[in-house]
Design a protein around this ligand. Structure first.
Ligand code: GLV
Ligand code: MG
Length: 323
């Protein structure tokens, strides 16, 4: 596996939030082109609706029709009275039809370990494959961010580290109400840079995927595009989507452009040729005005892997120089 890439290259460019309390939305989500769906028992479900939502989610997962989507359920966080019943009901009820459990507001590695042990217990008791169900950890407060590396390492089941901007901003008293946008009065940079980079470093150091959280202005696709482009540029693997209009934009923004993908494939072919016997066993070489070497190959591998995972096809090809 390529160092620095996430363990699984299953794309998660778009991660669609679906309230578990709404059977109509659960049904509709099946037909959308999101890479991942997460069926929510947490903040989009009112407390009184949570027991019914568990049942809706089990039924929707067992009914099938999700295609290639990664199927995730977000349970309530471990400071509430709901978490263990969420996990037990959903995993006992639909374990084989479920890919990951998302744990929100994670504060430390012990919370992830609790989920890991609980999943193992349920898998063993019910005869499910042990260790197949992954964990997605949401970082939504200062404690979580400070412990993010330990959280990423806490279990082999961890697949993604997710930024939860709404809860995060509330937890650190950031003075804004518009999720994903800069706090008014802060005009000297990106107020989220440190948070995003800390999550990205923990993800990359531990071969996990890094996922950006929601953008709540669902009627502003250009705003979504602008904010998504920032975390995509840093190297994030995907972003939450809350509305069908955001799905296509996320799928586009978190995949390389056709031009970058073609260029990456060209670098890989050219480098392979120039380092070969026939190409002169060179350590570095020129493609046009660009010098490429081993580090260029590594960067190109990242773009190429993301492009292939997103189903891009190359539209140009490398031809070795004459003579
Ligand atoms: C998501 O859960 C958020 O709090 O932003
Ligand atoms: Mg949250």
């Amino acid at each position: 596996m390529l160092a620095g890439m996430s363990e699984t290259l299953r794309p998660r460019r778009s991660c669609l939030a679906v309230p578990g309390s709404n059977p109509r939305f659960l049904e509709k989500a099946k037909g959308l082109a999101a890479d991942q769906v997460f069926l929510d028992l947490e903040d989009s479900c009112a407390p009184l609706a949570k027991p019914g939502a568990r049942k809706n989610i089990v039924a929707a997962l067992n009914e099938g029709g999700w295609g290639e989507k990664i199927r995730v359920v977000r349970v309530n966080d471990l400071t509430t009275e709901w978490t263990y019943r969420d996990v037990i009901e959903v995993v006992e009820g639909a374990g084989p039809n479920l890919d990951c459990i998302m744990l929100p507001k994670v504060q430390n590695a012990a919370q992830v370990q609790w989920l890991d042990f609980t999943l193992t217990q349920i898998e063993k008791t019910n005869g499910f494959e042990v260790g197949r169900i992954g964990i997605e950890a949401q970082i939504e407060n200062a404690q979580g961010l400070i412990a993010v590396d330990a959280i990423a390492k806490a279990s082999l089941r961890v697949e993604t580290i997710i930024f939860g901007p709404a809860d995060f901003m509330a937890s650190i008293n950031m003075k804004t109400l518009v999720v994903g946008e800069q706090p008014p009065g802060y005009d000297v940079g990106d107020a989220y840079h440190h948070i995003l980079m800390s999550i990205l470093m923990a993800a990359r150091a531990n071969n996990k995927q890094a996922i950006d959280g929601p953008y709540l202005q669902v009627r502003d696709p250009e705003g979504f595009r602008r904010v998504a482009a920032r975390s995509a540029a840093l190297g994030f693997d995907g972003k939450w989507v809350l509305h069908p209009d955001q799905v296509g934009i996320a799928n586009e923004i978190y995949a390389p452009s056709q031009e970058d993908y073609d260029h990456a494939e060209l670098i890989l072919d050219a480098y392979e040729y120039f380092t070969s016997e026939a190409g002169g066993k060179k350590g570095s070489a020129m493609i046009g005005d660009e010098m490429i070497d081993e580090a260029s190959r590594k960067m190109a591998l990242v773009i190429s892997a993301k492009g292939r995972a997103a189903g891009l096809q190359r539209t140009s090809k490398f031809t070795p120089p004459e003579g």
